[in-house]
Write a new protein. Sequence first.
Length: 427
Amino acid sequence: MLITIVTFIIVFGILVVVHEFGHFYFAKRAGILVREFSIGMGPKIFAHQKNGTTYTVRILPLGGYVRMAGLEDDDDSLKPGTTVSLLLNQDNVVETINASKKKTLISGIPVEIVKWDLEKELWIEGYENGEEDKYRRFSVSHDASIIEEDGTKVRIAPIDVQFQSAKLWQRMLTNFAGPLNNFILTIIAFTLVAVIQGGVITSENSTKIGGFATSSVAKKAGLKVGDEIVAVNGHKTTSWVKLSSYVNASPNKKINVTYSRDNQEKTVALTPKVQNQNGKKIGLIGITAKTHTDSSFMAIATYGFTKTWTTMLALFAAIGGIFTHGFSLNDFGGPVAIYSYTSEAAQYGLTSVISLLAFLSINLGIVNLFPIPALDGGKIILNIIEAIRRKPLSPEKEGIITLIGFGFLMLLMVLVTWNDIHRYFFN
């Protein structure tokens, strides 16, 4: 259990950091202020500000985000009539605004705020010490910070460093950078798998047994490495896929396995073990296919690219199946499903964990490119619409579209999570 939890946190953490770093890097290159780079969600447990960005670690290891200037309500911590503390520099210009009761600025000036502009003219007005005869306007530094209600210190967001101030192609690239990083991570992870294995392992195009799992039903029944399974219950097994499908379809049910050894065919009866996989009960007899390893430099160097491409094609086929065979929540998986996959991969060692990381990374990249508002793909669609119209949608319309998309995603996440809990814990 502990190994699974640690592995899950590491895998999930790598996926989040890599994805969000893509947005972070290209936003920085475009001159967009990244106010916060967060790993995790919920209450913060660590924060450090450097070069205009506050790096935070939050208590729930289930995601992360980058807060770019202009993409949220930047003045949410400021409300008319509330008292804040202003810290001035030697030029009497505000360099820190403390809107939190959790922090105290020793040299701060308490001000009951009335009005402010932290985007264009950069000022804040109010009653010093709450006294009606001391109404003042304070100039605010372009690089000033604000301590929000939860105690997080971030930079203010002047208009020139906001997301919408960047060029369209820069914003589009920033939106695409997250999935792009996931694809790069997938290539690197699959390449690393080939390096660890000492080459590219491929199955021979046959149903010959290459090895046995621990407590193998087939081994106990007398089968040996090199035996070729030719039929299951009289059905010919012309490929490993067909062999697997026949065995998987018979959990805890006796089957007759016909195999060839020394040019002689024999039949043995055995009962596949039951295993829960993706919420379904399948049968396993504990055999692996005979393989060969290509240890050439070219095979290892190209494996990351070729495996990423074939995995991507398989995912597109699976996505297409949702539209051709009907929608099912079983086609999706959330954190609970990922935890289950991690638990299984951790049992087989480092190579399996890295392979899982690669598979999850490419899934995350592709799903984020879906044209759904609130996802990166939806944002790119809005960028394309802006390019066609030669002007952006109004903030109000874009906000409504994004809110609808976010609501849909939250509903889908709740349904998928509940379905995963039912599949993996109550099935």
